[in-house]
Write a protein that binds this ligand. Sequence first.
Ligand code: F6P
Length: 335
Amino acid sequence: MELRKIGVLTSGGDAPGMNAAIRSIVRYGLSQGFEMVGVERGYHGLLRGEFVELTAASVSDLIQRGGTILQTARSKAFATPEGIESAAKIAKDYGLDALIVIGGDGSFRGAQKLCEQGIPTIGIPGTIDNDISCTEYTIGYDTALNTAMEAVDKIRDTATSHQRCSLIEVMGRNAGYIAIEVALATGAEMVLVPEKDKNCPRVQLVNRIVEDIKAAQSVGKKHHIVIIAEGVGGSQELAEMIEECTEVETRATVLGHIQRGGSPTIKDRVVAAQMGMRAIDLLAQGKSNRVVIIKNGKISDVDIDEGLAMKKTICEKDYNLIGYLSRSINNVGQN
Ligand code: F6P
């Protein structure tokens, strides 16, 4: 089939760098002779035929902007067999020959289904969580890490001044990647992640933190920073329980959606540009149902079905390192 018109949409939670990816897809796609079309508001917009023609000018002044100009959504209607059939028909009637989907695993499942309905699709991983199994990196992760790191540094200042314990909740409903890297980067005393601590009784979590606080106090530490992934949750309740057990003033801060916005870092802009180019190249080569990924630090791609079947685990080495670094400081009796 001759490829003429390529669509692009963003789906699921937005991530800094999605705009840079859209810009790359559009400008590189145009340079290869394709017509480029944006689908607004993800699969929700696809079901409503919300198409917009994209020119080189439509994506100017965009590379540095967070969010997604195409907007995004999580569509329940699309996730049904009727929804998918209807979306494929709308896309075909409009003349879309292929679709590039920027998002997470859920968005790729949609792309896979559209492909089964005869629409060639390519996925680009975009989520701050870095929780897509088939790729080492997802667009938005680095920016979110930097945002969270800066916030924790600030909270640390005030925690030290008041000799407090600070529980800081970072995003990651099902994944602890943000939590672990932020904990390592900020010198946190402890990290709690869904992969290990989601089902742990609160009392046990509190006991662990309390023991750690006591050990730290014995060597004169002036603050206690605990990074908690959203999936473990309950930071406010934990803070109250810790304060009760230790008489150490404890505060909980939920960083929330601040981590999803802001200007993308250089890493997110560059990866977005490279992934956008790969997506267009794959379609131009007649390939479909693939996800653009980073493998061994390089741009590559994998079949969507294979990619979705993969499992990703947290880096135990980094997780343990947080404890070692915190403990070894205790051993030498410094803050
Ligand atoms: O998937 C990205 C993410 O930011 C998760 O870390 C978080 O759990 C979720 O999205 C929040 O979603 P919403 O913006 O719908 O509250």
